[in-house]
Design a protein around this ligand. Structure first.
Ligand code: GMT
Length: 372
């Protein structure tokens, strides 16, 4: 098959998942044309036969100074140009805004079958916003099919956009279980200060609720102070987390690592991954940590219960309930046997449900239905 895949290239769940998908499809012998505006970091690391990168030109004009690039038109034009030249079989865009609109235009112009993969805030934050809603409703109606990353998201799409449930397909996110596997780390790759670590990985947007994790962690330190909190990623609330850590006098225990590309060693040396999000359609980092045999502690929101089996591969807490989070953190610090068992079950769950080659097969089956 000749497949067009469009996604955001920078660090972020939808881009990471879609890049992994591109790599798997290419490995299976399909020709993949990636549409984006910069080289995704996973594609920078190695060469992949069968993947062609088509950069969307960011052409501006003085009149557009206040409104930014007209990205919807720029990407639609690139789709049309490439579809005509390369005779693509199908176009799959990841994250519905604005690429869903660009793909809709390309379908109108060339007739190509289009599948939109919705990832999260493109539905439950931006999609439902009246600023986008009327156009997005039309686009979802007119596209050949919609896929999304959890049953929770399927319900959201049905509620807000599509009466026709059969048009919405759930395909979980792909995890590379070779890249994400337990590594025997005697020492973390940064200075070893404590015997135990928790880890949080995110883009530090408000929805991730990262300052709450720092506050809960300070209460854990009242019971056990031989523990550090590794904070990975960059974003709007990272600085707030630093300020809170300092104001609580625990700044020596909270280790801000910036963006890290090799996460397996960090997951592997952690007692648990912590996620306190207000909403999460899937929670890619949870599945990555589980693949590394690291148990997870997460808020019971959105699609997270589909990824984490409560009491089996991790422990869930009610969103915003600090006492429950602290209790779970202490449980996994103290009961190493339980943590180990959960870790082993976590990897098994990822291998069964999220392994990237299996997920790529599910995408192929979905593309076949779009083409029919
Ligand atoms: O939708 C977003 O907030 C951004 C998006 C991204 O590109 O990082 O994250 C969403 O997609 C990820 C990949 O499918 C999921 O793992 C995240 O749970 C989801 N984020 C939210 O729903 C808040």
């Amino acid at each position: 098959m000749k497949i067009g895949l469009c996604f955001f290239p920078k660090v972020g769940g939808s881009g990471i998942a879609a890049t992994q998908l591109a790599i798997e499809l290419a490995k299976k012998g399909h020709e993949v044309i990636v549409f984006t505006y910069d080289t995704p970091f996973l594609l920078r690391q190695s060469r992949h036969e069968n993947i062609q990168l088509m950069l969307i030109d960011l052409v501006s004009y003085p009149l557009f100074k206040d409104i930014g690039y007209p990205y919807t038109i720029l990407s639609a034009s690139k789709f049309v140009e490439v579809i005509r030249k390369e005779k693509l079989d199908v176009l799959n865009v990841h994250y519905a805004i604005p690429a869903g609109v660009s793909a809709y235009l390309a379908k109108e112009i060339t007739g190509i079958p289009v599948g939109i993969t919705a990832h999260g805030s493109d539905i439950h934050i931006l999609g439902v916003d009246p600023a986008y809603n009327s156009v997005m409703s039309h686009v979802f109606e007119k596209t050949n099919g919609v896929s999304t990353v959890s049953e929770y998201m399927k319900k959201e799409i049905h509620k807000h956009f599509l009466k026709d449930n059969d048009k919405i397909h759930v395909i979980y996110n792909p995890i590379d279980t070779e890249r994400f596997k337990k590594q025997e780390v005697k020492q973390c790759d940064f200075k070893k200060l404590f015997n135990n670590y928790f880890i949080h990985v995110s883009n530090f947007r408000k929805v991730k609720n990262a300052p709450f994790i720092v506050k809960a962690f300070s209460e854990v330190l009242n019971h056990n102070d031989d523990v550090g909190l590794i904070m990975v990623g960059e974003g709007p609330e990272r600085k707030d987390c630093e300020i809170i850590a300092k104001s609580l006098g625990i700044e020596d225990h909270v280790l801000f690592q910036g963006v890290r590309y090799n996460l397996a060693p960090l997951y592997s040396c952690s007692s648990a991954l912590i996620s306190a999000s207000e909403n999460e359609s899937f929670g890619l980092t949870l599945a990555e940590a589980m693949a590394c045999e690291t148990p997870v502690i997460a808020s019971r929101v959105g699609g997270i219960p589909e990824v984490v089996e409560d009491g089996e591969t991790g422990l869930l807490f009610e969103y915003g309930n600090k006492d429950q989070l602290v209790k779970h953190m202490l449980t996994l610090l103290e009961d190493k046997e339980l943590a180990k068992k959960m870790g082993v079950k976590g990897r098994k769950r990822v291998l069964e449900n999220f392994r990237c080659d299996k997920i790529a097969d599910q995408y192929i089956q979905w593309y076949e239905t779009l083409i029919d």
